[in-house]
Design a protein around this ligand. Structure first.
Ligand SMILES: [Zn+2]
Length: 260
């Protein structure tokens, strides 16, 4: 169900999108909730049940076996078979209509790519790949044995690390660079399901604002952006509101065609 309040804001966002020259999307955990991905923070979050130390890089390297047991449970057993939800697909639709230049995400679930989105930039890596600590080869998850005491390189038998960012690990420089340069030219950023708490990725909407772009949020909960830099917020669930946004944009385009 879309509220009247949201309906009006979706119209506003559709108009902004249609006249925007370089709109980008910025996504966080909220867009994957409907796919069944549990959140990490908060009362029922993953870290209320597991020790975050398992994702401390030096700990993983020195005790891969004890860490892997839990990493596998959280990121591979629990998340096995998760699929994109209508929110991911709607974003892909907007991209196919030429209305999203790039998607920046803090998620590591690969669901944007799985829904067919292109130009996806991941601040925190991706669970679906592994990198060998010894020979630096990269593997897809389907090519390695997750049931070993810890994942090993099929080639050199070295320790594999899931290719997402562990604690105290640096963010990929190329993604940050692309995000900073896009933030300067983006005239619109749609911030979807982000609380805005995780530094430094959380700075991107601030940069867009600073360089004169509009910031529109889609989030049932208010975030650190809501009272600071957001131009407005759509309060419905992302899977509902993004589908409605696609329909609204299509309608507006049809009307524009008729007028010509
Ligand atoms: Zn190797």
């Amino acid at each position: 169900m879309i509220s009247n309040y949201d309906e009006q804001n979706i119209q506003k966002l559709a108009q902004l999108l249609l006249k925007s020259e370089y709109p980008i999307a910025f996504t966080g955990a909220g867009i994957s909730v409907a796919s069944g991905i549990p959140s990490f923070r908060g009362e029922d979050g993953i870290w209320s049940k597991y020790d975050p130390n398992i994702l401390e890089l030096s700990n993983y390297y020195s005790h891969p076996q004890s860490c892997w047991k839990f990493i596998k449970e959280i990121f591979y057993d629990k998340l096995k078979g998760v699929k994109p939800n209508p929110g991911h697909y709607a974003l892909t639709d907007l991209q196919k209509m030429g209305l999203i230049a790039a998607i920046f995400t803090q998620n590591i679930d690969n669901l944007h790519q799985a829904s067919g989105s292109r130009d996806v930039y991941e601040f925190h890596g991706n669970t679906q790949y592994f990198v060998c600590r010894s020979c630096e080869s990269k593997y897809s998850v389907v090519d390695i044995n997750l049931d070993d005491e810890y994942p090993r390189c099929p080639d050199c038998r070295g320790l594999l690390k899931p290719d997402f960012i562990f604690f105290s690990e640096e963010l990929p420089g190329d993604v940050l660079e692309k995000a900073y340069s896009d933030a300067k030219i983006a005239d619109l950023i749609i911030v979807i399901g982000c609380s805005g708490e995780v530094y430094p990725a959380n700075q991107i909407p601030n940069y867009v604002k600073q360089f004169g772009g509009k910031v529109v949020e889609i989030n049932p909960h208010s975030s650190l952006y809501t009272k600071t830099i957001s131009d407005f917020r759509i309060k419905g669930k992302s899977q509902d509101t993004l589908q409605e946004l696609v329909a609204t944009v299509k309608k507006m385009r049809e009307m524009q065609k008729d007028e010509k």
